[in-house]
Design a protein around this ligand. Structure first.
Ligand SMILES: NC(=O)C1=CN([C@@H]2O[C@H](COP(=O)(O)OP(=O)(O)OC[C@H]3O[C@@H](n4cnc5c(N)ncnc54)[C@H](OP(=O)(O)O)[C@@H]3O)[C@@H](O)[C@H]2O)C=CC1
Ligand SMILES: CC(=O)C(=O)O
Ligand SMILES: [Mg+2]
Length: 643
C-alpha cells in the first residue's frame, strides 16, 4: 500500500525530503526506506481513513510492519489511535498529518534539527548542505561561547530576550545548551523579570507563534486546534488565560510569553524534552483598556467573557487535552486570576493531572525556604508566627501548605495551626468581623482580632517572626515595616515574592540595610549581592521555578495520575535538603540555580517516591535508585549525530 500524492520519508542513510512517488524515494535513497510515514486523510468521503505507507524497517524483515508517529510498530497495518481519531465523532474534522524529514535548506530552518556550523563534513554531504553553510565547522561548545558573547553585547534586557527567542526558533538544542550552561545569567532573561516586559510588549515583538492560541472563536473546535500542533506526544501543558500575569495584571493574549518561558524551564531545569511541552493561551478577551485600544494587540478585542461562556471554553479545553494526549498529560495552570484559579484547581483535580503553579508551586518553594531558614533563625516551624501581605493565590496557597506541614509535624488540628498565620489584603488584616464578605479562600484565615488597616500596624500588633510579600505591589515593605520586623526579631525572615522586580515588596538592598544586615531575605525576582558594613549578602530567589520542573519530572517519570498535596511537601523537603553550609554562610536559604538539574533530579526522586508510597504512580515496578533514574530521564541538549 502506498499513499498517492506526496509523502515524506527517511532513508536508511537518514536522507529525507518530500517525494511525489515511491520511485522517487528509491532514486534518492541508497537503500530501502527505513521509516515509513502515516498520513491521515480528511477527504469527505473517507474522513477517518488512514493511509499507511508500508515498507521495510531496518532489520525487520516484515513487509506489513507500519510505524506510527511514535516509532512503535503496529503489526498488520493497524492504525494506532495516536491522535484520538477513533474517539472523535464523524462531526470532527481531522488534520491531514504527516511525518516529514528535512534535508538541505529546510534542515537548516528546522529548529529541532538545525546545528548551524556544527554540522560535520559527513553530515553536510549526506544531508544536501554543501554550499549552504560557510566551510568552517565548529563545536557546540564554541557555538555556546559565541552566543553568550552575542547576548552579552545587548544592554537592554528585552533585546537579550529577543535574541534568546530568536535562537530558540533557529536552533533549539543550542538554545537549551546555552541556557543550561549559563542558567544564573540567562534565567532573568527568559524568565522573571524580563518575561514580564516581553508580555507587556508582546504585540510589538511577536514574530512567530510559540504556542497554541485557543480563543472564544475556537469554541466547539478546541480538539481540532490541539491537533494542529505539530507534536503529538505532549506530556506537559502550561496554560494561562492571561488575567494575572506576574504582578502586572491582565495582559490578555500577550500572556503567552509566560507559558513559553515556564516550559523552557521545564526543559532546561527539569529535563523534560521540548517536544513534549505545549504552551497554551486561552483568549477570552481582556479588560485591559490600553490593550483593547492598541492596534498591535494580538488578542481578541473584547472584554473578558465570564460565567458560563468562560467555564464552557475551559471545560472544552480540559476535555480535549485529555482526549488528545491521554489521562497522564500534566496541565499546569499559570497566572489565572484568583477568582478562577482556585475553582479550576478544585474542579479538575479529581479528574485530571492538574497543578496550579501560583498556588501550589509557590507554596512548596516557600516552605522549602522556611525549613532552610530555621537553620539560621532556630526553632521549629510551629514556633514561628507568619504574616502575609497579600491574601490571594500565592499568599493563601503558601499559608495552607505551612499549616499542613506544621499540623503533620505536631499532630495539631489544622484549624489550631492556622491561628499562628495571619494575612493582610488590600482592605487590611483578615479578621473574623470581615468573614462574611471574604472570598472563600480567605475565610480560614479570619481570626479573632480587632480590625487593622495597614501593614505597619499589623506587624506591630501581630509581632510576626516571618513576613511574606505576595501582594503584587512594589515598595510596600517600607523602611518602617522592615525596621519594625528587625526590632521584634533578632533575625527577621523577610520574603518579597512579588514579580517582576518592579513589584517586589522591597529590594534586597533595602531589606539588608534597613534591618542592619540581620534579615534572612529572599525574593521572587533576582537581586544582585549586597554589601552591608563590609559583609556581602547573596539574596536567594524564592521562585516556583525551583519546584515545578522537578515536580513535573517526578510526576512524569513515575506515571503519577494525580497531584497530591504530599507531593508538594516532598518537593519542598528535597529542595531544603539541597542547601549547603557554604550557601548558608553567604546568607542563602536556597541553593544556587547553577546546580538546578541536580536539584531537580532530587526533587523528582522525592516526589516520585512519595507518589509510589501513595499508590499514585503507575510506572511499575518502582526503579531502585530514583535519583539516578530521574537523571537518566532528562533531556540532553547535546547534538545528535545524523546518519
Ligand atoms: N515568587 C514566586 O514564585 C511567585 C510570586 N508570585 C507573585 O505574587 C504576587 C501575587 O500573586 P497572586 O497571589 O497570584 O495574586 P492575587 O491577585 O491572587 O493576590 C494578590 C493579593 O494581594 C492583595 N493586595 C493587592 N494590593 C494590596 C495592597 N496594596 N496591600 C495589601 N494587599 C494587597 C490582594 O488583596 P485583595 O484580595 O483585597 O484584592 C490579594 O489578596 C504577584 O506579583 C506574583 O508575581 C506569584 C506566584 C509565585
Ligand atoms: C513566578 C510566578 O509564577 C509568578 O510570579 O506568577
Ligand atoms: Mg505564575
Amino acid at each position: 500500500m502506498i499513499s498517492s500524492n506526496s509523502c515524506s520519508f527517511l532513508s536508511n542513510t537518514g536522507v529525507g525530503g518530500s517525494c511525489s512517488n515511491f520511485s522517487d524515494v528509491q532514486r534518492r535513497c541508497s537503500g530501502p526506506p527505513r521509516i515509513v510515514c502515516m498520513a491521515q486523510s480528511s477527504r469527505s468521503n473517507d474522513r477517518n481513513a488512514s493511509v499507511a505507507v508500508e515498507t521495510k524497517l531496518n532489520g525487520i524483515n516484515d513487509d506489513s510492519v507500519v510505524v506510527d508517529v511514535n516509532g512503535k510498530p503496529t503489526v498488520g497495518g493497524g492504525v494506532q489511535d495516536s491522535y484520538g481519531e477513533d474517539r472523535a465523532t464523524e462531526d470532527h474534522f481531522v488534520t491531514p498529518w504527516s511525518v516529514s524529514v528535512a534535508s538541505g535548506y529546510t534542515l537548516l530552518r528546522d529548529p529541532h534539527h538545525n546545528k548551524g556550523l556544527a554540522f560535520t563534513e559527513k553530515e553536510r554531504d549526506a544531508h544536501y548542505l554543501r554550499g549552504l553553510l560557510p566551510p568552517t565547522t565548529i563545536s557546540q561548545d564554541t557555538q555556546v561561547k559565541k552566543m553568550i558573547r552575542h547576548i552579552r553585547q545587548y544592554q537592554v534586557p528585552l533585546q537579550k530576550y529577543m535574541a534568546m527567542m530568536d535562537l530558540q526558533e533557529r536552533n533549539e538544542r543550542l538554545f537549551y545548551k546555552l541556557l543550561i550552561d549559563h542558567v544564573e545569567e540567562l534565567l532573568p532573561v527568559v524568565y522573571t523579570p524580563t518575561v514580564g516586559e516581553a508580555c507587556q510588549k508582546y504585540g510589538s515583538i511577536f514574530m512567530r507563534p510559540q504556542g497554541l492560541y485557543i480563543s472564544l472563536k475556537e469554541k466547539g473546535r478546541v480538539l481540532e486546534v490541539l491537533r494542529n500542533w505539530p507534536q503529538k506526544d505532549i506530556q506537559v501543558i502550561v496554560v494561562t488565560d492571561g488575567e494575572r500575569i506576574l504582578g502586572l495584571g491582565d495582559l490578555g493574549c500577550q500572556g503567552m510569553a509566560i507559558p513559553v518561558g515556564k516550559l523552557s524551564l521545564y526543559t532546561a531545569l527539569g529535563g523534560v524534552r521540548p517536544s513534549a511541552c505545549l504552551p497554551i493561551t486561552i483568549d477570552v478577551g481582556t479588560n485591559n483598556e490600553t490593550l483593547l485600544n492598541d492596534e498591535l494587540y494580538i488578542g481578541l478585542k473584547q472584554r473578558r467573557a465570564t460565567g458560563q461562556e468562560y467555564a464552557e471554553l475551559i471545560h472544552e479545553f480540559m476535555t480535549a487535552a485529555k482526549q488528545n494526549y491521554g489521562e497522564k498529560v500534566l496541565i499546569q495552570f499559570e497566572d489565572f486570576a484568583n477568582h478562577n484559579a482556585f475553582d479550576l484547581l478544585e474542579k479538575y483535580s479529581s479528574t485530571h493531572l492538574v497543578f496550579n503553579d501560583d498556588i501550589q508551586g509557590t507554596a512548596s518553594v516557600v516552605l522549602a525556604g522556611l525549613v532552610a531558614a530555621l537553620k539560621v533563625v532556630g526553632g521549629n516551624l510551629a514556633d514561628h508566627k507568619f504574616l502575609f501581605l497579600g491574601a490571594g493565590e500565592a499568599g493563601t496557597g503558601i499559608a495552607e501548605l505551612i499549616a499542613l506541614e506544621i499540623s503533620k509535624q505536631t499532630n495539631a488540628p489544622l484549624e489550631e495551626v492556622r491561628k499562628n498565620i495571619w494575612l493582610v489584603d488590600s482592605k487590611g488584616l483578615i479578621v473574623s468581623s470581615r468573614k462574611e464578605s471574604l472570598q472563600h479562600f480567605k475565610k480560614p484565615w479570619a481570626h479573632d482580632h480587632e480590625p487593622v488597616k495597614n501593614l505597619f500596624d499589623a506587624v506591630n500588633q501581630i509581632k510576626p517572626t516571618v513576613l511574606i510579600g505576595t501582594s503584587g505591589q512594589g515598595k510596600t515593605f517600607t523602611k518602617e515595616v522592615v525596621e519594625a520586623m528587625a526590632t521584634i526579631n533578632k533575625r527577621p525572615v523577610i520574603f518579597s515574592l512579588s514579580n517582576p522586580t518592579s513589584q517586589s515588596e522591597c529590594t534586597a538592598e533595602e531589606a539588608y540595610n534597613w534591618s542592619k544586615g540581620r534579615a534572612v531575605f529572599a525574593s521572587g525576582s533576582p537581586f544582585p549581592p549586597v554589601e552591608y558594613e563590609g559583609k556581602v549578602f547573596v539574596p536567594g530567589q524564592a521562585n516556583n521555578a525551583y519546584i515545578f520542573p522537578g515536580l513535573g519530572l517526578g510526576v512524569l517519570m513515575s506515571g503519577t495520575i494525580r497531584v497530591h498535596e504530599d507531593l508538594l511537601l516532598a518537593a519542598a523537603e528535597a529542595l531544603a535538603a539541597q542547601v549547603t553550609q557554604e550557601n548558608f554562610d553567604k546568607g542563602l536559604i536556597f541553593p544556587p540555580f547553577t546546580n538546578i538539574r541536580k536539584i531537580s533530579a532530587h526533587i523528582a526522586a522525592n516526589v516520585a517516591a512519595k507518589a509510589y508510597e501513595l499508590g499514585l504512580a503507575t510506572h511499575l515496578p518502582q526503579p531502585k535508585d530514583l535519583v539516578k533514574y530521574a537523571e537518566s530521564c532528562m533531556y540532553s541538549p547535546l547534538y545528535r549525530g545524523y546518519r
